[in-house]
Ligand binder design. Structure first.
Ligand code: NAP
Length: 264
């Protein structure tokens, strides 16, 4: 089996990365940064986001596992004290795979039908570059509302505990093939009206944003932020691809939610 290890870059994570690499090489596994069967991310949830984007072109061939060197993570559940156990599990056992849904984002531009496609593990946010953000929101081909405010956030179920939660969105179990649309400070008064609640869309419902005036936007895809000019529309839906996590023991989602947000 071929493996790769990504580190957050701090000394604790780097030391752990080198230790795991040498243990796995002792088990005759092959270190291959280009075409790994398994990627071990050492750091936090942010580190796993980076690893996901680095290997997003081979999601069907690569599984991920996370070791956290800080607080408990949603994508990283192994602690440094357990790495020997994890190494043996990776080397000896055929591992189980758990799949989580991803968000597909397609940005289309006004000039000549050009488009760019992205995959997000947590979420994509859209904000105006200048002035108030104004977008027509379509759901499944039907006009839903004209949104005015700071911006909109479309998240995956596993990303629902990240930015989406800070916006008052619901926490979705990652076994649900859905995406969630959450508002960022909508303008609601006698003239302007939005639904005001987060919406959860199933796999066969796409959400389309169409600029009303200003065509330039700041669009984030997880930790990546880009300026997009002359945008015609932005389409969001559940992606056909999924992220695959290598599971060596149960990792109950609601326990992670409880331990992270309620009590440790
Ligand atoms: P960062 O600002 O360094 O970290 C953001 C925090 O979000 C970190 O504590 C990270 O955990 C945590 N996180 C990441 N994914 C999560 C998940 N699925 N569930 C719960 N917590 C999660 O930025 P970054 O490391 O580059 O990560 C980018 C992410 O930051 C974005 O995808 C977005 O979700 C989040 N963000 C949140 C807000 C907000 O809550 N207001 C605003 C902007 C961005 P670790 O410490 O374990 O890495």
């Amino acid at each position: 089996m071929r493996f790769a290890i990504t580190s957050k870059g701090d000394s604790k994570s780097n030391t752990l990365m080198h230790k795991m690499k040498s243990y796995l090489l002792d088990f005759n596994l092959i270190y291959d940064e280009e075409q790994p069967d398994i990627v071990i991310s050492v750091g936090g949830d942010g580190t796993l986001l980076y690893a996901f984007h680095r290997y997003s072109s081979r999601l069907d061939k690569t599984a991920f596992v996370g070791v956290h060197t800080g607080h408990l993570g949603f994508y990283a559940d192994w602690v440094p004290e357990e790495i020997e156990k994890l190494v043996i599990a990776i080397a000896k056992t055929p591992f189980q795979v758990v799949e989580y849904p991803l968000l597909e984002v397609i940005v289309r531009y006004q000039n000549g039908g050009r488009e760019t496609r992205y995959l997000a593990l947590n979420e994509s946010t859209v904000k105006a570059v200048n002035g108030t953000f104004v977008m027509d929101v379509e759901i499944r081909g039907q006009h839903f509302e004209r949104f005015r405010g700071d911006g909109l956030c479309l998240s995956t179920p596993s990303g629902s505990t990240a930015y989406n939660k800070a916006l008052g969105g619901a926490i979705l179990h990652p076994s649900l093939p859905a995406i969630q649309l959450a508002e960022m400070a909508s303008i609601n008064n006698k003239v302007f009206r939005t639904v005001g609640s987060p919406l959860v869309l199933p796999g066969h419902h796409a959400c389309l944003l169409k600029p009303v005036n200003e065509p330039d936007f700041k669009i984030t895809i997880d930790h990546l932020s880009l300026l997009h000019k002359d945008v015609k529309s932005i389409q969001f839906r559940v992606a056909d691809e999924k992220i695959r996590f290598a599971r060596f023991r149960p990792f109950p989602f609601w326990k992670r939610v409880h331990d992270s947000f309620v009590a440790d």
